[in-house]
Design a protein around this ligand. Structure first.
Ligand code: CA
Ligand code: CA
Length: 622
């Protein structure tokens, strides 16, 4: 009997001594990575944990250095993970007071198809569809709420609360996106946001939008968790589509461990009293900028419940860099959209971009730099500016072009207004190294919906869609624009993030189907689809060059062209019919005698007309 009990006791000892009572970041790593140094954060609940000594046992993995902090719950290990290290379980043995504990940290096999099945990059050949997952479709009502989470409710009657949409709901509608001509999916963040409701002007708001991270290494269970994200990624890739992940380096939710219980206080930028960012990118690049304004721009907090991350702290920088690489490998990411780009430490941004590209050379990275000028926009990407600090991201979200398109569609024609504003803005592309890498858009989750901005005028709607799909850049369509979803951000942003009709059980109409759409909605859907599908085959519209002609009385004509194809785009913002002649644009039309409007299918000859407020996308032929 005694023998049995001692065997049981021995077994219990083994179990207790290998129990994972520490959190590890990264949760695991991969065999054969270029990045062969990993900084592993161990976080215990024991405030004496850092007094332990540490050994690491695994072929090909060695412990280079152990770091300790003012907060005794943490140990940070610098590990060398040699290229020869095979997938398997690394033993991390801590010893304190003559007692040893063994923790397991895993090295996994790499994902297959780097550069071909994932990390492929997203280019101007793609069409990005932007979805806010909570608001698109509820594929699994069992994950709508969790009693043990801070925000444990779900209520579709409240625009500020969670609505239950998830990754499975998106996966269920891949065919819908494909039919429309979408080739890449960008979702607002799917990482865990275990935050309580936050009081905002419009009411009590949840983190339904995803920008309040609390654990980088967990996909929010209300989205479906890590496995659901992998399944969605695999399904997208099996359908020839790509995945863009939304990164947030600038801030974290106030309930993130890095904010609540950091290794040392300097993991977050702190001020004697609350200081918000001044949101002024000019303070970074302006010739006459002051250091005071620059510091407030970068280290000031975005809002009070989102602590500003100190990327100058090398441990924080490593944490963010490793997480970006880990996510790309773990989930099969093809490109990154980086939130609040202009608020991040600038050398850090270049370092993280370099680290990602060293591992995945074809990966695409574009920063969200919401600026008002082309100079500001160009500053945050590879540019032709003669300035001391050069950003290295391939592209940015092109806000100045968005403003110019809205001016073209809403303003009366003038010397600097209307389509002239668009002409002038595109002329400033000289500041970008490669403007085709910019992500271009009519609206997104932070802006008034496009249809409302053009006063629900269908001629203007069509012109906007045509511009989006024929101008240089990577076009991004915001979910629902194709079925005429509308609204202003009044009284809150949530009004432009309403549920996709048909994505939720009990919806009166299902606009994922032809039967669920009105005639106008179907026309809009078909319009987007026609150009998007044509665009896929048109090298001129995707990788081709651009030539624009000075607008005349509201008529704007530009060409996209290469050796194979020439496409003539005609945007008539005036309320009168315009007569056109190919001869007037002979630099680009020489040798062509006719063409076909790819939208209407109408053939044109050397002389033709465009309707008042009309749009034509004409493929020229000989
Ligand atoms: Ca759900
Ligand atoms: Ca910042």
């Amino acid at each position: 009997m005694k023998k049995i009990w001692s065997a049981v006791a021995a077994l219990l000892f083994v179990i207790s001594s290998t129990a994972q009572e520490v959190s590890m970041y990264p949760t695991h790593w991969f065999a054969g990575m270029n990045r062969d140094r990993v900084q592993l954060i161990l976080k215990s609940e024991d405030s004496q944990f850092s007094k332990s000594t540490v050994r690491v046992q695994y072929p090909g993995v060695s412990l280079l250095r152990t770091h300790r902090f003012s907060n005794g719950k943490y140990l940070v290990l610098d590990l060398a993970v040699n290229k020869s290290a095979q997938p398997g379980n690394v033993s991390i043995i801590t010893t304190a007071n003559n007692q040893s504990k063994t923790y397991t940290w895993t090295i996994k096999q790499r994902r297959e198809g780097r550069g071909t099945k994932f990390a492929q990059g997203v280019t101007a050949k793609d069409l990005i569809y932007l979805i806010m997952p909570d608001r698109f479709s509820n594929g699994d009502p069992s994950n709508d709420q969790f009693a043990n989470m801070h925000d444990n409710g779900s209520d579709r009657n409240d625009v500020l609360r969670r609505h239950g949409g998830d990754l499975k709901g998106i996966q269920n509608h891949i065919d819908y996106m494909k039919e429309l001509g979408v080739t890449a999916l960008w979702m607002t963040p799917v990482i865990e946001n275990n935050m309580p409701l936050n009081k905002e002007a419009a009411g009590m708001m949840s983190g339904y939008h995803g920008y309040w991270f609390t654990d980088h290494y967990k996909v929010d269970p209300r989205m479906g968790g890590n496995n659901s994200y992998k399944e969605l990624s695999d399904a997208l890739h099996a359908n020839g589509m790509k995945l863009i992940q939304d990164a947030v380096y600038n801030h974290i939710g106030s309930h993130h461990w890095m904010a609540q219980d950091p290794p040392s206080p300097d993991w977050v930028n702190r001020w004697d009293k609350y200081t918000g960012s001044n949101h002024r990118d000019e303070a970074l690049f302006g010739r006459y900028a002051s250091e005071k304004d620059k510091k407030q721009m970068l280290d000031g907090w975005f809002v009070p419940h989102l602590p500003d991350v100190n990327q100058r702290n090398p441990f924080v920088a490593n944490f963010l860099i490793q997480h970006a690489i880990w996510s790309t490998e773990e989930f099969g990411v093809d490109g990154w959209r980086v939130d609040t780009y202009k608020y991040c430490d600038e050398p850090f941004l270049n370092r993280i971009n370099d680290a990602l590209l060293r591992e995945y050379p074809k990966l695409t990275i574009f920063g969200k730099a919401w600026t008002n000028t082309v100079t500001g926009s160009a500053y945050f990407t590879r540019n032709n500016l003669d300035i001391p600090f050069k950003h290295n991201a391939e592209g940015v979200t092109d806000f100045p072009l968005n403003s110019a398109i809205m001016a073209a569609l809403n303003q009366p024609f003038g010397w600097t207004e209307g389509v002239n504003k668009l002409y002038m803005t595109l002329a400033q592309d000289i500041l970008y190294k490669e403007p085709k890498n910019n992500c271009i858009f009519l609206d997104n989750h932070d802006m008034d919906r496009f249809l409302s901005v053009v006063n629900e005028d269908m001629n203007r709607y069509k012109q906007g869609i045509a511009l989006l799909l024929t101008l240089r850049g990577i076009p991004q369509l915001y979910y629902g624009t194709e079925i005429l979803m509308k609204n202003f951000k009044n009284p809150s942003d949530a009004m432009v993030r309403l549920d996709f009709p048909g994505g939720f059980e009990g919806d009166a109409k299902n606009k994922f189907t032809v039967q669920g759409r009105t005639t106008a909605e179907q026309q809009a859907f078909d319009y987007v689809k026609a150009i998007a599908q044509y665009r896929k085959k048109s090298t001129a519209l995707t990788t081709g060059k651009t030539m624009q002609f000075l607008p005349v009385d509201g008529l704007y004509v530009y060409f996209r062209y290469d050796d194979q194809h020439t496409v003539m785009c005609v945007i008539n913002t005036s309320s009168s019919v315009k007569k056109l002649s190919l001869a007037d644009y002979s630099e680009r039309t020489r040798g062509f005698t006719k063409g076909k409007d790819i939208i209407s299918g109408t053939s044109i000859g050397e002389n033709f007309e465009v309707a008042a407020n009309g749009t034509m996308i004409i493929e020229l032929s000989k």
